[in-house]
Design a protein around this ligand. Structure first.
Ligand SMILES: NC(=O)C1=CN([C@@H]2O[C@H](COP(=O)(O)OP(=O)(O)OC[C@H]3O[C@@H](n4cnc5c(N)ncnc54)[C@H](OP(=O)(O)O)[C@@H]3O)[C@@H](O)[C@H]2O)[C@@H](O)CC1
Ligand SMILES: Nc1ncnc2c1ncn2[C@@H]1O[C@H](COP(=O)(O)OP(=O)(O)O)[C@@H](O)[C@H]1O
Ligand SMILES: [K+]
Length: 480
């Protein structure tokens, strides 16, 4: 599991740690990690051309110190000082003493054009708002291909909002980000995360001083530990029975895909509720599923997955499934008929457009502020909200947030959301909490998307579904 902390938490931890260390020692730890990554990216440090973009805070200090160390190893180091009066005094002195050169304004373009590596030390966790003035112009030059060198962001790409993952204005787009101490939301949540490139975490000894993280990113081992493990005495009922209320005459495929996802998520039995013609298609593809016309008549379940491809006019069916008071996942069309607030375990799986409609805002606003809007909806409906898209984020009404690291644009294909809904519903029926069911499902779904993409150029939702069994098998090992 990797942890993400807020700027306030990081500053408190840094203060506590710095109180025990000699002056400047913490920055030197950060700089040592930064220099190691830069040296690894360069084809030899000696003779390499490095341009340091230094703002007026400690982020600029890191970059100047790193420039100094690279210069001592034989690099030609140039620095652009964005705020010369405020430039980090010790960093600047070290940079100059190592032979680093301050670039005159007129020479910035030439320096960038010749650079093998550009260190972005304009702004770090002290950023407030997007880049302005000359800094914005520099970011524009970098994005415009002014340099062929690798752009390495120090701690964060400058100009992104550290805590929200939002990009309030112009910002640097980096090829690599060397980040210190712990994760930041901006490095894992789009749109900011898209500007970070490859992440290189550097341990500066902060962890013992940091609180439990509110935002986490699961890894293979976390997911393996959360996957249901049927015991020796299990039967199909004790493994969990999931009800799927999905599909319609208009969208029968959604039912087929959701039931397929549910059949592979560990539940012992899948009951499909829906119109006869759709049920016939579901059973033709999945003879192991049981079908009935409505939630009331299909038989007992331990959790419901509601909504994928449901179409219009299904309010009564949705109400009947919700009335059971069981753990529930609500997707797609089902989101039109939400109760005022959930009182039991609930997982909502909107994409940005659906969440925008729920919250009465524009889709662009949701995509620009994923964490904010997922949290707002989680609080509003007292449900875990899994917001799908380029970054899938899950916000729980208890304040916990998870970000899924496995997403791939290979999943941006019709029907993949139906597979996810079935899979997550199956995990709910298996006894996982909505937060765990949603994050485990998103994780495995992302891996299935990647696996499917490796096998077929542009995978369909069916390809993603077909890849799921092998992904789950590799995560949890074979059932004994
Ligand atoms: N503490 C430690 O020991 C360690 C810290 N470390 C490093 O320090 C970094 C944090 O440094 P920091 O706190 O100095 O903030 P930083 O990101 O450099 O920016 C602050 C400056 O930017 C300005 N400014 C703000 N917004 C702006 C905007 N939109 N556009 C333009 N300017 C803007 C603001 O000016 P103001 O507006 O306040 O006058 C202020 O001068 C951290 O990310 C890591 O790299 C590591 O070495 C590990 C040890
Ligand atoms: N650009 C993207 N990058 C990563 N994942 C994406 C992207 N776009 C969509 N997805 C994923 O694809 C799935 C699409 O689900 P959804 O929008 O409900 O489509 P549908 O209803 O057609 O199945 C979700 O899991 C979502 O997170
Ligand atoms: K930076």
């Amino acid at each position: 599991m990797s942890a993400v902390h807020t700027v306030a938490e990081i500053r408190a931890a840094e203060d506590a740690l710095m109180a025990r260390l000699p002056d400047g020692a913490l920055m030197q730890r950060a700089v040592a990690g930064l220099v190691t990554v830069c040296a690894g990216l360069l084809d030899g440090v000696y003779g390499a051309r490095v341009v340091v973009l230094a703002g007026g805070g400690n982020n600029g200090g890191d970059a100047l110190w790193a420039g100094a160390r690279l210069a001592r190893r034989g690099a030609h180091a140039d620095a652009v000082l964005l705020n010369p009066e405020k430039a980090h005094a010790e960093g600047l002195a070290a940079f100059r003493a190592a032979g680093g050169r301050i670039v005159a304004r007129d020479d910035v373009r030439t320096a960038l054009a010749a650079a093998d590596l550009v260190l972005d030390g304009i702004l770090g966790i002290g950023a407030r708002g997007g880049l302005r003035g000359e800094a914005a112009e520099l970011a524009r030059l970098l994005r415009g291909g002014r340099t062929a060198g690798a752009v390495v962001a120090v701690d964060l790409p400058s100009g992104v909002d550290p805590d929200t993952g939002e990009t309030p204005g112009p910002h640097v787009v980096a090829d690599h980000t060397v980040t210190f101490g712990t994760g930041k939301a901006a490095l894992v949540v789009d749109p900011a995360a898209a500007a970070a490139g490859v992440l290189h975490p550097v341990d500066i000894g902060l962890t013992p001083y940091l609180p439990e993280p509110g935002l986490t990113v699961l890894d293979d081992a976390d997911v393996a530990a959360l996957l249901p493990d049927p015991g020796r005495e299990s039967d199909k009922y004790s493994r969990g029975v999931v009800g799927v209320l999905a599909g319609s005459g208009e969208f029968p495929g959604a039912a087929v895909l959701a039931v397929g996802g549910a059949l592979h998520g560990g539940a012992g039995l899948v009951r499909y509720a829906g119109p006869g013609a759709v049920a016939t298609e579901v059973r033709a593809r999945w003879p192991e599923a049981i079908a009935g016309p409505s939630p009331d008549t299909v038989g007992r379940v331990q959790a419901w997955t509601i909504g994928s491809g449901l179409g219009s006019g299904r309010e009564a069916d949705v109400a009947a499934a919700l009335a059971a008071g069981l753990p529930v996942l609500v997707d797609a069309d089902g989101l039109r008929w939400l109760p005022d607030r959930f009182t039991g375990p609930a997982l909502l799986t909107p994409h940005a457009g659906e969440l925008a409609r729920l919250l009465g805002v524009e889709r662009d606003e949701v995509e620009a502020g994923r964490l904010h809007h997922a949290r707002a909806a989680a609080a509003r409906w007292n449900a875990v909200v899994l917001l799908k898209g380029s970054t899938t984020v899950l916000a729980s009404p208890d304040g916990r947030v998870r970000v899924n690291p496995t997403g791939t644009s290979a999943l941006a294909a019709a029907g993949t959301g139906d597979v996810l809904a079935g899979l997550a519903g199956s995990l709910l029926a298996g006894g996982l909490s909505p937060l765990d069911a949603g994050s485990v499902a998103a994780y495995a779904h992302g891996l299935a998307g990647r696996r499917a993409a490796a096998a077929s150029g542009y995978p369909s939702a069916g390809d993603v579904l077909s890849a799921l069994p092998a992904v789950l098998r590799s995560l949890r090992g074979p059932l004994q």
